[in-house]
Design a protein. Structure first.
Length: 532
């Protein structure tokens, strides 16, 4: 029985048409995956189903839910459907949940008559795997982990036993183990409650595992749709073929046999004190990085993987001397340093400070997870990329700086004429290329890449990985690549360090780690990433 029918849906903002003749159907108890790159119109299509498209949008066509027309229906009628018969799980729970209300209150608000007792809320949380939350109904969203917040969002969405659940990228920013649990939960809830589900994602691996049918969107149009097995086995449209071929594959080129060591650490520790009481006495420590020893040669990538809170980012910050640490950190001498400054085998970063450390900053760079947050919105692209040159090469004249900026923009696949624009004018993939340009213009020897592809579409991920590999080959770079996406890690890393609770629990070459993991924790990560 058809529950949802979309026929020739069109949506435009002024002269800009963003949804073009979209037609879809969804039966009761069926899961339809809506896939495509960012900006293809997936979320706008889903929002239109609930009548939540932006007020400025002009909409035409027909959307019918269980025989009731949605387009043109009064707001009062739509409120009878939203949250009761049709619910939505939003992509980012931290922004979707009210930071001023407890999770107990937010779940209670979903019940139409508000006659909900604590045991009813607890039963709902138990269904989404939060049975231990009996005494945490008074917690606020910021006090929960990413996985817990997403489960609370799911609890809110299913509170009224909806007929249709819309899940908009519900696992984009969570770890692979949490992702696997949430996906398993959603599938179990769908089957148990016989719900229809519209699942929006750019992860084709998830689609293949969970969905019954798939619709592929590009530039606001459905270019192909059908059974998952048929689409994956024999994609007809070139764009579908491109998406299926875009998953990061292959392996990096091996480093030279005589590759020199670029960075290493020995018995590295980063402990954060736990202070309590009026006098704020230290009563213990959070061991974010606990007695770690690693080595990264030139033209080589160390993939650092693990769940949130395992210490991955803290380790990367410690290697760059951006957090206080104990232990030995050795950085190989840069060609830009004088013979006297090189001091033999390498520089002890842990013994440097002030101006001595500042001089090495150009040789050690960082690419952040979220380029939108890390790029100054008030600075032009030229100012952002040229900022490092102004600090480390103050004697360069304006023409030389402009030439260097244009050259690096071309190297990262961007046009030189964008340099006068601002960060908000670019897509996520373009902003990440700008972040890479900002780091690479200084010709570093070592770069820490902190989740540089986690929020990007598969096609963009592949482009960024290829770009990073290209820079590595040209400049002999050493990378510390921090990620929870094991498919990306496998495509770029020569060695893998698996972190858990501040320690490295498994360390070795990429092929051995993926094909023959020794630790149960490593096996769990690989299983959760659907790699086996």
């Amino acid at each position: 029985m058809t529950l949802l029918s979309i026929e020739k849906l069109n949506l435009s903002f002024g002269e800009n048409q963003v949804i073009k003749d979209v037609s879809l159907t969804l039966a009761k108890g069926e899961m339809l995956a809506l896939v495509g790159e960012s900006g293809s119109g997936k979320s706008l299509t889903a929002l239109s189903v609930m009548g939540l498209q932006p007020n400025a949008a002009k909409i035409s066509g027909d959307i019918t839910f269980d025989g009731q027309s949605i387009v043109g229906t009064s707001e009062a009628s739509l409120r009878l459907i939203r949250g009761t018969r049709v619910s939505m799980i939003f992509q980012e729970p931290m922004t979707a949940l009210n930071p001023l209300h407890t999770i107990g209150k937010q779940i209670t608000e979903m019940f139409a008559n508000h006659e909900s007792s604590n045991h009813r809320i607890i039963a709902l949380l138990d269904q989404v795997g939060l049975s231990h939350f009996n005494d945490r109904l008074g917690s606020y969203p910021h006090q929960l982990s990413g996985g817990e917040r997403q489960r609370v969002m799911i609890a809110i969405a299913i509170a009224n036993n909806p007929d249709l659940l819309i899940a908009d990228e519900p696992t984009t920013a969570v770890d692979v183990t949490i992702q696997a649990k949430i996906l398993k939960l959603l599938k179990e809830l769908q089957v148990l409650r016989d719900m229809a589900m519209l699942f929006i994602t750019h992860d084709l691996t998830v689609v293949k595992r969970l969905a019954d049918r798939v619709a592929v969107m590009k530039n606001g149009e459905i270019v192909e749709q059908g059974k998952v097995s048929d689409i994956f086995a024999n994609p007809k449209h070139p764009y579908t073929q491109k998406l299926l071929a875009s998953e990061p594959k292959g392996s990096p080129l091996p480093p030279p046999a005589n590759a020199k060591e670029i960075v290493s650490c020995e018995s590295l520790k980063v402990y954060f004190p736990i202070k309590k009481g009026i006098l704020r006495r230290t009563v213990g420590f959070v061991k974010a990085v606990d007695d770690i020893t690693i080595t990264i040669p030139e033209q080589s990538t160390l993939g650092i993987v693990g769940e949130s809170g395992s210490g991955k980012t803290t380790l990367g910050m410690a290697l760059l001397r951006l957090v206080k640490s104990d232990g030995k950190i050795v950085f190989s001498p840069s060609p830009s340093l004088s013979q006297k400054e090189r001091r033999g085998a390498g520089l002890r970063l842990d013994q440097l400070s002030g101006a001595n450390l500042q001089r090495l900053r150009k040789d050690m760079q960082l690419v952040f997870q979220d380029p939108y947050s890390s790029l100054n919105p008030r600075m032009s692209i030229e100012q952002i990329i040229g900022e490092g040159l102004a600090v480390h090469y103050p004697h360069m004249n304006r023409a030389e700086k402009a030439a260097a900026i244009e050259k690096i923009l071309l190297e990262v696949g961007l046009s030189a004429d964008i340099r006068h624009r601002f960060a908000h004018e670019f897509s996520g993939g373009q902003r990440q290329r700008i972040s890479i340009a900002r780091a690479m213009i200084l010709k570093p020897a070592f770069v820490v890449l902190d989740e540089p592809t986690s929020a990007l579409d598969l096609t963009i991920q592949t482009q960024i990985i290829d770009l990073l590999k290209d820079f590595q080959q040209k400049q002999g770079l050493a990378y510390a690549f921090i990620s929870h996406d094991l498919r990306v890690v496998r495509a770029i890393s020569h060695q893998i360090a698996v972190m858990h609770k501040g320690k490295i629990v498994e360390y070795g070459d990429t092929k051995s780690i993926f094909e023959n993991p020794k630790q149960d924790y490593t096996k769990a990560l690989i299983d959760a990433a659907f790699l086996k």
